[in-house]
Design a protein around this ligand. Sequence first.
Ligand SMILES: C[S@@+](CC[C@H](N)C(=O)[O-])C[C@H]1O[C@@H](n2cnc3c(N)ncnc32)[C@H](O)[C@@H]1O
Length: 212
Amino acid sequence: MMSEMKFALKHPKQALVYALLGDTEYRHMRWSRSCLTAKDSALPFSLHASKATDIHEHLVTLFMLTVELNLRTVVELGTRGGESTVALLMAVKEIGGKVFSYDVDECSEAKHVIKQYGLEEYWEFTRGDDLFAKWNSPIDHLFIDTTHTYEQTSKELQRYEPFVRSGGIVTMHDSVSFPEVKQAVQDYSRLRRDIKLYEYLNNNGLFVLFKK
Ligand SMILES: C[S@@+](CC[C@H](N)C(=O)[O-])C[C@H]1O[C@@H](n2cnc3c(N)ncnc32)[C@H](O)[C@@H]1O
């Protein structure tokens, strides 16, 4: 109580905003300001990433890794409404790359959002089962976010990971909310000395697999 009063006396404006918004909204606002230090040209991305979804806390990571590691060819498995797609597209726009997305659904909402952001020229969408896609060229960043079953995740890794070049990455969402994803990636990489795994536990989990 004492420390809250001290804070209010020292920062009366922030204390007023806190009182008006409530704890959750205030923290959310602070989070979106502190985590997203995007420059002006990336402002639409910070707005996109600050909208609370099942993946929004990972969008900056997907964006940052793609830009900073210069991962120009991105393959996305699972598009839905396009949350991850927009982050990846914003990233490849910065570095002159392209995102190739696969989804069994039409993904009309994603198409609409991507058009609104003016990102269509960086995107190639294919409707269909990712396991039957005719992909046969090098990948810099493979992002997996489909059914999250052990079998599907293992097959997607077997099908696409060999195309990920040395120095590239695989990111996988929902490793906490779907433990089969975690099991599949751990089993897949168990005997691989060229693979290093990291896992974020927040916002349903995100695996980042670095390929040496
Ligand atoms: C969790 S959602 C993807 C969310 C999206 N990455 C985002 O950030 O908004 C999973 C998507 O995977 C798609 N999907 C499921 N099985 C698939 C398959 N075999 N091939 C391609 N897409 C698939 C579903 O249609 C669904 O749109």
